[in-house]
Each structure stands twice: as C-alpha cells, then as structure tokens.
Design a protein around this ligand. Structure first.
Ligand SMILES: [Zn+2]
Length: 404
C-alpha cells in the first residue's frame, strides 16, 4: 500500500506529508531524549537509594528537620504554658513558713542517702512504708526532686518557693529495683509477657508517687557495684537500661565495693575504672559522672578518687559523695565543693539528730537556710545581703538577680 501522501490526495499532500514526517521524527527524538534522561538519572541514583534522588532527599530531610524543630518549639511553648499555669498560686500549696520567703538560691540542699528498701527497718534498711512516708513528708514540706547531675550542672528547675532535694541509693540492693518472682523464683509476667515491678521496691514506689504528684519530679541516682547490681542476675542489662530510660542515673560505687583506703594505687584504679568499663558494656557511651565512696573511705592519694585509669579505661568523676551528715551547699555558692559532697542519712536509727526527719524539723525552724527557688532555672535569685557569696565561675550564662 502506498503511503497516503502518494495516493494523490487532493489536499496539500506535501504539507500533510511534512506534518506526518515531522510527527514521527518528533516521536523518535522524544523517545531518544527520554531514554537519555532515564539512563542519566538511573546512573545518578546510588544502588542503595530507592527513594527520591539525593537532592530531593536532602530537601525532604530539611523539611523533616524543620518540622521536627517546629514540633520541638511547640512542645517547649506548651511546657512553658503548662508551667505558668502550674506555678500560678503554687506557693499557696506550700507550708506557711516558706510561703512568703524571698527566693534564696544560695541555700542548702539535702542529698539524701538510702541503702536497702525492705523489712524490717534497720540502720541501713528503710521499710517501703517509711520510704513512702519520707516522700510524702518531703512533698508536703515543699521539697522537689532534682538529679545529682542537674545539681552538678546548676540546672535546677523546680517550682517557685520550693527546695530541691537529691535522692541517692547505694549498693544496688534488691529492694531498690526488683521484678516480682513466684515461689519457684520464676518471674511473674503480665498479659503482655512483661515482668512486673515489685510495688514495694524503691523504683515502683517512686514511679507511683510521681504518678500521683507529677510536680514532685522523678529523679534519683543509683550508686551500684558489680557483679550483680539489684541482685537479679538475668535482669541486670534490662534494669540498667530502663533506669536510664526513665531518667535515673548510675553512679560509681567501686566495682566490688572494696574499702578504697586499704588498697594500693593500682587496686584503687582497678576498682573505679573497671566499674566504668562494665557500666559502659551495659550502657554504651554512658558517662559515670559521680562516685559515692564505699564506707565513705578515701583512697591514698585522694586524687585517685577523682581520676585514674584501668586497662586503658580512663575515669573522671566530677563529684565525690561522702557518707554523712550534713546538707550540701548550693552549686552556686562559693563554698560548693563537688569533690566533697556531704549527704544526709535517710534513716531514723543511729542518726544522732542528723537524719532526714531531724533535718526537715530543723529547716522548719530555720527556713532561711533552705535553697528556695524562684521558679526560673536561668537566673540565680539571692537576697541582697548574700550576693557576695555567689561563686565566680557560674555555669552557662546564668544571671544573678536580687530577690525580695
Ligand atoms: Zn556502699
């Protein structure tokens, strides 16, 4: 069959021929161009990249980042609003003797020292009920939890009129963090197959209390030793990870709880460095920032408590916690010494007038000694006559303001 432009079609055969030729030509050129573009773009996509090209990916990443940033800002804004709402009239809830006191962020802070939580009450054992009562009294008396690391960083974010307090737990005893077991020692599981916290262990008591009183805070530092912190061997890794996930801290208490004053320099470094090493095996990259001296005993030389090394593992403690008997200075006070932090025993036995409830009673009579927050973590609010006592090297760009 002849092509139709050769059939003698009367209507402008050349023009139509040209048009058809042009159309075919265009199709071919377009096909080649598309093929080239396709080949080119195939080459520019790395094998492992199945989604958008790098450039598009980058734009999407930037968009995602912007969105995440906006979300973060929204969250912060919301937190700020919630805080303002919570802080409005907050002081009305506080005991009379501190309600009208000016903020004093140079005042004293108790670092409470717990050991076992269990039965019966003893010198180094607090019963679950007494522990609950401690939390209740602290809350009612206007104390709010901060972590040890927040104290070191001067990051004290508690409601106006309240006093920060630090909880520390030594020895990683079972009653501090325990999952329930049946009579045969098998873990009791919930309907999702997860182990169940013993409601009488410190961790469960703290979490439950926080649920009822969210403004109390949920913080605490656990000064554990090895091999078996919290005494459920198969759960060590799980517990250490949960502990950090829930916002608590792990501190050094020497690898095997030996009395550092009786060890050689090499042995001291082994006790302290091996602890950090083992902790990082469970918690990669975790920074162990503070040491609670076992038995309150210093090594010789004392500098080995602060830094040293064991098998290539360097340890560096920013704070050393001792055993008794006093409240600590504010981290903004010129006399704050993180390398010798006193603690208050959270006990009522053999405390000789220096235990938790003695101190709370003393503060009731001398509330002016307490750290009293202004509710703003970015400023250091101090009464006019104490301004001179603010230390020189303040963290970040914190500003000192006079309270009234
Ligand atoms: Zn100990």
């Amino acid at each position: 069959m002849k092509p139709y432009w050769k059939t003698g079609c009367p209507k402008k055969p050349r023009e139509r021929g040209y048009t058809v030729f042009n159309f075919t030509y265009l199709l071919i050129v377009t096909f080649i161009l598309f093929s080239l573009v396709f080949l080119f773009s195939c080459e520019s996509i790395p094998e492992d990249e199945t989604g958008p090209t790098k450039k598009e990916g980058k734009e999407i990443n930037e968009e995602e980042e912007e969105e995440a940033e906006e979300d973060e800002n929204d969250k912060k804004e919301k937190e700020k609003e919630d805080k303002q709402e919570l802080y409005q009239d907050y002081k009305k809830k506080l005991p009379e003797e501190i309600r009208d006191l000016p903020a004093n962020e140079l005042g004293e802070i108790m670092i409470l020292m717990y050991h076992e939580i269990g039965e019966p009450e003893a010198e180094w054992v607090r019963t679950p009920d007494n522990f609950r009562r401690d939390l209740e009294v602290l809350y009612e008396e206007g104390y709010r939890l901060i972590s040890m690391n927040d104290m070191l960083d001067g990051n004290i974010d508690v409601p106006p009129g309240t006093t920060p307090v630090v909880l520390t737990f030594d020895d990683g005893t079972e009653g501090q963090f325990r999952y329930q077991e049946d009579q045969d020692g098998e873990l009791i599981k919930d309907e999702d197959g997860e182990p169940v916290l013993d409601p009488d262990c410190a961790m469960a008591i703290l979490k439950d209390f926080h649920e009822e009183h969210p403004d109390f805070g949920l913080e605490g530092s656990f000064y554990i030793f090895y091999e078996n912190p919290f005494r459920q061997r198969e759960l060590v890794e799980r517990k250490l990870n949960e502990l950090v996930e829930w916002g608590f801290e792990v501190g050094n208490h020497a690898y095997s709880h030996r009395n550092l004053s009786r060890l050689s320099e090499e042995e001291v470094q082994k006790e302290l460095g091996k602890h950090v090493k083992r902790t990082r095996e469970y918690l990669p990259g975790y920074e162990v920032r503070s040491l609670a001296l076992p038995f309150g005993a210093w090594p010789s030389p004392e500098s080995l408590a602060v830094s040293g090394s064991y098998e290539g593992m360097e340890y560096q403690h920013e704070a050393i916690l001792e055993v008794g008997w006093y409240p600590a200075n504010s981290p903004f006070h010129q006399d704050f010494d993180p390398l010798s932090l006193p603690r208050v025993r959270a006990s009522e036995m053999k405390v000789d007038g220096t235990g938790i409830h003695d101190r709370i009673e003393q503060y009731r009579n001398h509330p002016e000694r307490r750290y009293i927050s202004d509710g703003n973590p970015d400023t250091i609010a101090v009464p006019e006559d104490k301004k001179e006592q603010v230390k020189e090297d303040l963290p970040g760009d914190m500003e000192v303001v006079v309270s009234d």
